[in-house]
Structure formats: structure tokens, C-alpha cells
Design a protein around this ligand. Structure first.
Ligand code: SF4
Length: 282
């Protein structure tokens, strides 16, 4: 068996349906991904999306018994050290940093999303993992108006989870261009406020260049204005700013490029001036 590196993001490296391991450079250890969207279906189509053969739609129904079995099995593999040995993971990286519900599509589109969160939370609790990991939901936030998703966020909160909520642009035209998202700006903001009121919420914002052009000044101003507006109403944990880390699998890939570390850090500084915590990944 070869080495599992931070460059290896294949979702089937462990040969499981719902669980995939990633050595995360950002987190500095093992990130255990949980993928509900085994059908590669999402209700958005972000220009930078790394999901191959992405289709519009919702997650297919979850086989809960298999999900539990895989999670228990994989936890045993990791905690016994056999997974780390098999992939020759260096000793200093043998630590579980997070469990991330992050699929090949939007995870909150799964039927009985709240049930899936409960099952994962309970399984993690039972496993009595020694590493101090985070339990994270990575979402585009577009379905939080649904009762069942709100229930799921409340359950996530009970298990000390976190929401990472995608906000790439604060304008409707920007979100249409970057995410192919059709939801109104007003509704999107309502969903973000709901998320932050139900469970600690971080924003995740991807800065990139399209045709060599970075985020326009007026887009930056709109983003900062929106943050101010949000902070007057709810608490946010902070903002994770990043740029393209791996190639997009969408047709737009050829028009996209990374922004510089300088650009990321300049924007981070403006966000910090609002009193928010900002983490930058170059
Ligand atoms: S929300 Fe996530 S899965 Fe959906 S298109 Fe965007 S990057 Fe891909």
C-alpha cells in the first residue's frame, strides 16, 4: 500500500462508500470525510468544484446501517494504528483532526439529515476517541430554511459540532457567477442567520481569479458590508479564506487561477478590522 499524502484526495482510498480519509495540510493530521452525496449530486455548481461528473440534484437515500458499520470499522482501523501503518503516515501526523460531513454534493440535501447527524454524533461519542477532533458540517447553506436541516444543526450543536458555511460573494450576481446559485440574497442571508443561531458557524470563502481578474473592489465592499450587517444580528466564529488548492473538475477550470498570498492576507486584514477571527490558507 502506498503513502497517503496531502495531495491524495481520492474519495475511495479506504474502499468504503461513505467514509474517506484525507491527510489534511490545513488541519495538520487526518481529516475523516463523510460523504452523503455518493451520486455526485448538488443543487449548486460552483466554478471551482472538485467533484467529477457533478449533476444537479439531492443526495440519494442513506443506508444508515452501512454508514454506522463503516464509521465503526474505520475508527477501529485508525485507533488501532493499522490504517496509519498501511499508508505509512508519519508519526507526527497520526492524529484525527476532524470528522467533516463534506460530500460530493450538498450534504443537507440528504433525506433525514438530522437522523444522519445523530447517528454520527452518537457513534463518535461511543468510540471515546482520545484525539481532540472537531465535528464539522461543510455546507453551501442553501437548504437551512428546511425544518429537518435546522433540526440537524441543533443536533450538531448538541455534539459540539461546527458549521462551515460557504459565502464566496455577497452579491446575487457574484453568487450566480461563482456558485450558479439561484436563491435570493435575502433568503440566503436568512439562512446564514439561522445557521449561526443554531450552531457555531464559520464562513468559508474562496477567493480566485476568473480570466485573470480578482474579486472587484465593489464585491469586496459588499462582502465587508454584509459581514457588518450579520455581526449586528448574530455571532460568527470567524472566516476561513482560501484560494484554489486543487484543480476544478468543471468546464470553467481553464478560466480559473489562484489569487496570491498577498491578496488573501490583504483581504483578511480588512475582515479582521471588523473584529472577526480570520484563518488564511494560501
Ligand atoms: S456547493 Fe460544494 S459540492 Fe456543490 S457545487 Fe459547490 S463546491 Fe461542489
Amino acid at each position: 500500500m502506498g503513502k497517503l499524502t496531502t495531495k491524495d484526495h481520492s474519495r475511495d482510498v479506504a474502499g468504503l462508500k461513505y467514509i474517506y480519509p484525507v491527510m489534511s495540510r490545513r488541519a495538520g493530521g487526518l481529516s475523516i470525510g463523510i460523504n452523503f452525496n455518493t451520486n455526485n449530486a448538488c443543487n449548486w455548481r460552483c466554478v471551482y468544484c472538485q467533484v467529477p461528473n457533478l449533476v444537479r440534484g439531492s443526495a440519494s437515500s442513506i443506508d444508515y446501517s452501512l454508514l454506522e458499520k463503516e464509521l465503526v470499522f474505520f475508527l477501529e482501523e485508525v485507533t488501532s494504528g493499522s490504517f496509519y501503518d498501511r499508508f505509512e503516515v508519519p508519526l507526527e501526523d497520526r492524529v484525527i483532526k476532524d470528522f467533516a460531513i463534506s460530500g460530493n454534493g450538498e450534504p443537507t440535501s440528504a433525506e433525514s439529515f438530522d437522523k444522519a447527524i445523530s447517528l454520527i454524533g452518537e457513534t463518535l461519542d461511543k468510540a471515546k476517541i482520545k484525539d481532540s477532533y472537531q465535528f464539522v458540517l461543510i455546507t453551501n447553506g442553501s437548504l437551512i430554511h428546511k425544518e429537518q436541516v435546522q433540526k440537524g444543526l441543533a443536533v450538531l450543536n448538541q455534539f459540539q459540532g461546527r458549521v462551515w458555511f460557504k459565502l464566496d460573494s455577497a452579491t446575487q450576481s457574484g453568487r450566480k457567477k461563482l456558485n450558479d446559485a439561484r436563491m435570493s440574497q435575502k433568503k440566503y442571508l436568512e439562512n446564514l442567520l439561522l445557521s449561526a443561531s443554531l450552531c457555531p458557524t464559520w464562513l468559508q470563502t474562496c477567493l480566485l481569479k476568473i480570466d485573470g481578474q480578482s474579486l472587484a473592489v465593489k464585491e469586496q465592499e459588499a462582502y465587508l458590508k454584509l459581514l457588518k450587517n450579520i455581526l449586528e444580528q448574530v455571532n460568527l466564529q470567524g472566516v476561513m479564506l482560501y484560494t484554489l488548492a486543487r484543480p476544478s473538475m468543471q468546464p470553467d477550470a481553464k478560466y480559473l487561477s489562484k489569487v496570491s498570498g498577498q491578496e488573501l492576507n490583504d483581504f483578511a486584514k480588512k475582515i479582521r478590522s471588523l473584529g472577526l477571527n480570520v484563518q488564511v490558507s494560501e
